[in-house]
Design a protein around this ligand. Structure first.
Ligand code: ZN
Ligand code: ZN
Ligand code: FE
Length: 790
């Protein structure tokens, strides 16, 4: 609101006393309509001066009376655009100068410091209204955006964020767009990707061989028609290509799975509306918030056992028995227009094959997806970097982030002290890396599993990309101690000082960093696998962190994994290792009958010989492998898992069929450290296996037992604050039960909620360890050099 009739303090010459202030605003303040907001605010208060973007943040130079400047600052902090996140406002005094007006001025380049990069934002309500209005000049225009929505990180070539440093620079604005862009009162004032049908990008539809089929809105109509006929369409989305197919059409979905070489892993589904999602799935308030947020991620929610509307429900081949469905709403105008034509849910999965990275270039898409998709719905706005869809899993209260990417990346974690620039390389699977610099850790988007040469190239390229955007050269490296991780071996080729961070120590530090926790606390890292300090496969570790020191205070009872890595792909191997550890060579007699019918006698004999001679049978304390073993013993896992965590997901889904939360017998054994002994529990499970109902009860009670063990260990270690990390907590049933049993004992529970709890968040913990010099009690570094003996 404009301020009028203000009484100003006068000096002897009767002129009002003027002040000049320079404000440096840092945080997510670029690409979110911040400068137009400042412009209007300064005008409201009759202040003169300038505002501009810089690589340090937004720089505001204002001059006016003390009271007006004060009000301006208050409104700036309180009423800023919804998408902006202000981290800090640094204010300095400047000498008063003569100035006539307030203006937005061009960015000064090469300024030091760093800036928070803005993630891509889902289409806003105003833009949605425009593209549905036949009288609007952007009617049905699939690249409509404004200062509140549209592409950001996926089109930025360099900073500061201005149109000529984005992939929109090839499109020259028409006079009407230019007018919006330069009018401070317009919703598109300085909206860098501003475009319209006259001057902006356009879509076209091509056959899988690249022959043109249709253009502009016709292309969308043709693509919709192809989907209705069960065809597969590759769509050039915001941060990469996606593969679309009618989710209701079982045969079409199976064809997509076959061609994409993705036999069982659940596929994400885009829905026309929240209400249709609610007719197929259970939508909690947290899930609803995520679905309608500007990040618009894939949200993993439970499927209703009996959908309200069968005619639009996804085919069984979409979810393949895990009880969860990944759903999202259209987040770009292109998705929205296509969905508007269809009105039914379609599968929207990453445009890649197997474990390769998502395609972003058009030639690359034809090359890699040409024999998967029947049609290509593409456009001429280049994607600068791959930003896959993000994935979150909501709890009753809080969230687990499964994949940090579009709409959420790059993420920023504030740390208490300034850090030298450190590159944290991340893990090997679900790789993402992070850069500690100043008093923050910037976290990259999801890159993927670093098994394929393509993923490795992307990992290396994105490290170069983000360090360039941030404008820093790392002087230090933090990485996992596993010598076979590509992230580690690549990091070692860089010219910087290296610090190894043990995998599970990093998992706990991720939560500590995000929540800014200090003092003494107990951390549980329950995980698939990671290399331990003793060369074993860890994954059920409890650490005490005390200021900048840590020690391993409790472990899961260890068991051998016949075949090592092969056990990750076959849950039965974990089960055999577990029983061997309990019963020795007599384990064969303990195998449940259903188990024996799925594995032949010769195979069991081979595994027994390996176990007897300890050949290729590393010991493991992994809770993830314990989940696999129990799933195999209960007969709820697939023959052999086709992806890591599949058995655990099926076991979790089984647990939903029961209400029995009583823990099974267990023991906490005290020796050098505490040991969580699952022995009594497994004996009870073997004796209790009678019918399908007892399977569900045992699946649930297994979860409850782990939660009870955790609480007892935390209490024995005199914890007041507990931090959870590691891939096992993607299982929110386990996470909720653990939280419940810890809170019952009056403990405070934390876990990472803005970055992944799985290996995708590992880099944050690594960066934090190196930035703060976290050390193992009694040693000088986080963990020694990588071991070569496993
Ligand atoms: Zn908008
Ligand atoms: Zn235009
Ligand atoms: Fe891990």
């Amino acid at each position: 609101m404009p301020v009028t009739g203000e009484q100003t303090v006068s000096n002897v010459s009767d002129k009002p006393v003027l002040l000049r202030r320079r404000l440096l605003v840092t945080g997510r303040v670029q690409g979110v309509g911040f400068r137009p907001f400042i412009y209007r605010l300064a005008k409201d208060y009759g202040l003169v001066g300038t505002v501009r973007n810089s690589t340090a943040g937004v720089v505001i130079d204002v001059q006016g009376t003390p009271r007006r400047i004060r009000s301006f600052q208050q409104r700036l902090a309180a009423d800023h655009p919804a998408q902006a996140v202000i981290e800090d406002i640094a204010v300095t005094s400047e000498p008063v100068v003569h100035r006539g007006d307030f203006a937005i001025i061009p960015s000064l380049e090469n300024e030091a410091d760093s800036v928070r990069l803005t993630p891509d934002l889902a289409m806003c309500e105003d833009c949605r209204r425009e593209i549905l209005d036949p009288n609007d000049r952007r009617y049905r225009y699939p690249f409509t955006n404004c200062t509140n929505c549209g592409p950001r990180y996926s089109i930025i070539e360099s900073l500061p964020y201005d149109r000529h440093r984005t992939s929109m620079r090839r499109f020259t604005m028409c006079p009407e767009c230019q007018k919006e862009y330069t009018n401070p009162a317009d919703r598109r004032f300085h909206a860098q990707p501003n475009a319209c049908p006259v001057c902006g990008p356009h879509v076209r539809l091509c056959s899988h061989r690249g022959h043109p089929v249709a253009e502009k809105h016709d292309a969308i109509l043709h693509a919709a028609d192809a989907l209705r006929r069960g065809r597969i369409v590759a769509l050039k989305g915001l941060g990469g290509y996606q593969l679309l197919v009618d989710a209701r059409h079982d045969g079409a979905v199976r064809r997509l799975r076959y061609r994409k070489e993705r036999p069982e892993k659940p596929l994400a589904v885009m829905y026309p509306s929240l209400s249709m999602i609610a007719s197929h799935c259970r939508v909690s308030p947290t899930a609803r918030r995520w679905l309608t947020s500007p990040a618009a991620p894939i949200v993993l929610i439970p499927l209703l056992r009996e959908p309200d509307d069968m005619s639009t429900a996804p085919a069984a081949s979409v979810t393949s028995n895990v009880g969860l469905l990944g759903v999202m709403l259209p987040y770009t105008p292109l998705h929205f227009l296509l969905m508007h034509e269809l009105g039914f849910p379609f599968v929207a999965t990453s445009g890649n094959r197997g474990g390769d990275p998502i395609c972003i270039g058009d030639d690359e898409a034809f090359r890699n997806l040409g024999d998967i998709a029947d049609f290509f719905l593409m456009h001429d706005r280049p994607i600068v970097r791959a930003v896959d869809d993000s994935v979150v899993r909501p709890l009753e209260q809080g969230t687990v982030v499964i994949r940090l990417s579009r709409g959420l990346a790059p993420a920023v974690i504030r740390i208490p002290q300034a850090s030298p620039t450190i590159l944290a390389a991340g893990g090997h699977l679900k790789n993402a890396f992070a850069i500690a610099h100043e008093s923050r850790i910037t976290v990259s988007q999801h890159i993927g599993d670093l098994d394929s040469p393509q993923s490795r190239r992307i990992h290396v390229r994105h490290i170069g990309d983000l360090t360039r955007l941030i404008g820093r050269t790392p002087s230090g490296i933090a990485c996992d101690s596993h010598p076979d991780y590509f992230s580690t071996s690549h990091a070692l080729t860089l010219d910087a000082e290296v610090q190894y961070v043990q995998h599970h120590v990093a998992h706990v530090l991720t939560g500590i960093a995000e929540h800014g926790l200090r003092g003494r606390l107990v951390g549980f890292a329950w995980d698939g696998t990671g290399l331990g300090e003793d060369g074993g496969i860890w994954g059920g570790e409890t650490f005490i962190f005390d200021h900048d020191m840590y020690e391993r205070a409790a472990i899961l009872r260890s068991f051998p994994l016949p075949g090592g890595d092969a056990a990750v792909r076959n849950p039965r191997r974990s089960a055999i290792g577990l029983l061997y550890s309990l019963f020795g060579s007599a384990f064969g007699r303990k195998l449940p009958s259903h188990f024996k019918s799925g594995i032949d006698k010769i195979q069991i004999d081979v595994l027994e010989r390996m176990l007897n001679r300890s050949i290729n049978c590393p010991t493991s304390t992994s809770v993830g492998r314990l989940f696999d073993a129990v799933a195999a013993l209960l007969g709820v896992s697939a023959e052999a898992g086709t992806y890591e965590g599949q058995a655990a997901m099926m076991l979790e889904a089984k647990a939903w069929e029961s209400q029995d939360d009583r823990p099974l017998p267990y023991a906490i054994v005290e020796s050098k450290s505490l040991c969580l002994d699952w022995g009594p529990m497994i004996e009870h499970i073997l004796n209790g296996l009678i019918d399908d109902r007892t399977v569900a009860d045992l699946a649930r009670r297994f979860h409850a037992t782990l939660a009870a063990m955790m609480a007892e260990v935390a209490v024995r270690l005199q914890a007041t604050q507990v931090v959870l990390g590691g891939g096992c907590f993607q299982n929110t049933t386990l996470l909720e039960m653990c939280r419940g049993s810890l809170e019952k004992h009056g403990l405070q529970v934390f876990w990472p909620q803005t970055v992944p709890i799985n290996d995708g968040g590992l880099a944050v913990g690594q960066a934090y360890a190196a930035a703060r010099g976290i050390r193992k009690k009694g040693s000088d570094n986080v963990s020694g050099s990588p071991r070569q003996d496993c």
